[in-house]
Design a protein around this ligand. Structure first.
Ligand code: ASP
Length: 365
């Protein structure tokens, strides 16, 4: 069956079938929500690069810090970490070698939100987003305006491009095309920074997925969340992904739950992923079931041939994470894989990495 011949009805049927299979096999979906009464709060969930971040967020909430501030405190770790090349300092730059960051926060109690996009030279964009939420009556500032706002609020400008990220960018640029003026240097492959990158992300993908989303649920079920990223690696300058868009990269409703996503941003934008997850939780689904249902919609909404494989399934992966008001947690992805996990921490316990549920099984190449 080719992309062109698969019908929408068949695709839905395929998706439902695979989802049903995913719901019955494998450890990825074995985790079921416990009854609300036994759930310990505070609790935080995040993308798998947030193992340390969820611990910080839970400690902060246990000490009385509101969930949205706790989430921002947690994600400050990967934002400052040059070894996370998908967030903040050391994030992979745009196609011109300039690091442009996107971040957003949302507070479920007040339903206020703040965001910045294409922000340059500021290491902690999530903290700037928090100031946008608290110190303006607006939601989203971009580019030069966001930088001026950050300066006004005392954020210090710095060069965010580490030598490692610069080398990875150059390696991508030199290998991207045989027709431009850039020639790859054979010695580059042996460079320790390029080796580090290939070991971490594989040599097939020169544009790794990353980003951190963190959803936090306080001791009384208060909710807040944050998503922060350097965005799609080597993007068109000015490109903004799902991460700073309220409803897409993150959303929370103080009476229902909190959710967010990482992965292919454009797919998440057109299906308004995080808001969709929260709406499914509102209808009574567990966080995991809500994430799966939202991803089924993403699959149905992926109609362009260049985004689909030969069976009509999305080529790109998208991961969603959620916590309910009661403290249940869950996560799901379109595709299975080694990096399809999420971080979770509850008060009184150590943070752990859990398998995310998924719709389609990806055989290892
Ligand atoms: N969702 C991010 C974006 O599209 C990238 C990622 O999570 O990998 O900017």
């Amino acid at each position: 069956m080719t992309d062109k011949t698969i019908t929408r009805r068949e695709l839905i049927a395929t998706t439902a079938k695979v989802a049903a299979v995913a719901a019955t096999v494998g450890p990825a979906v074995a985790q079921t929500a416990k009854p609300a009464g036994t759930l310990v709060r505070p609790v935080a969930v995040s993308s798998m690069n947030g193992l340390a971040a969820v611990k910080v967020a839970v400690e902060k909430m246990a000490a009385g810090v509101p969930p949205v501030d706790a989430a921002v405190a947690g994600v400050a770790l990967p934002e400052a970490d040059p070894d996370d090349v998908t967030v903040g300092y050391g994030g992979l730059p745009n196609e011109e070698g300039v690091v442009q960051l996107d971040a957003a926060v949302m507070d479920g109690g007040t339903m206020r939100a703040g965001a910045v996009a294409a922000l340059e030279r500021i290491k902690h964009p999530a903290q700037v987003a928090l100031d946008v939420m608290r110190r303006t009556n607006r939601v989203l500032l971009v580019g030069e305006g966001a930088l001026r706002f950050a300066r006004t609020h005392g954020f210090v400008e710095e060069n965010l491009l580490t030598d490692r990220s610069r080398k990875i960018w150059l390696y991508w640029k030199e290998n991207a095309s045989q027709r431009d003026d850039w020639l790859p240097d054979p010695r580059e492959v042996d460079d320790p920074d390029i080796q580090w990158f290939i070991k971490k992300y594989g040599d097939a993908i020169l544009r790794p997925s990353g980003t951190i989303h963190l959803s936090a649920c306080g001791p009384g079920g208060q909710l807040g969340c944050c998503t922060t990223t350097s965005g799609l690696a080597f993007k068109i300058p000015g490109r903004v992904g799902d991460s700073p868009l309220i409803g897409c990269g993150l959303y929370c409703d103080g009476e229902v739950g909190s959710a967010g996503g990482t992965g292919h941003g454009e797919s998440n934008i057109v299906s308004v992923g995080a808001h969709t997850v929260v709406e499914f939780m509102r209808q009574g689904k567990t966080p995991e079931a809500a994430c799966l249902a939202a991803l089924e919609r993403v699959v149905r909404n992926t109609k362009l041939d260049y985004l689909r494989d030969e069976k009509g399934r999305p080529k790109n992966n998208l991961l969603l994470y959620a916590v309910s008001h009661a403290g249940e947690v869950g996560s799901a992805a379109i595709w299975s894989g080694e990096r399809v996990k999420y971080a979770m921490c509850r008060a009184g316990s150590e943070p752990q990495l859990l398998d995310s549920a998924y719709l389609f099984h990806r055989d290892k190449a």
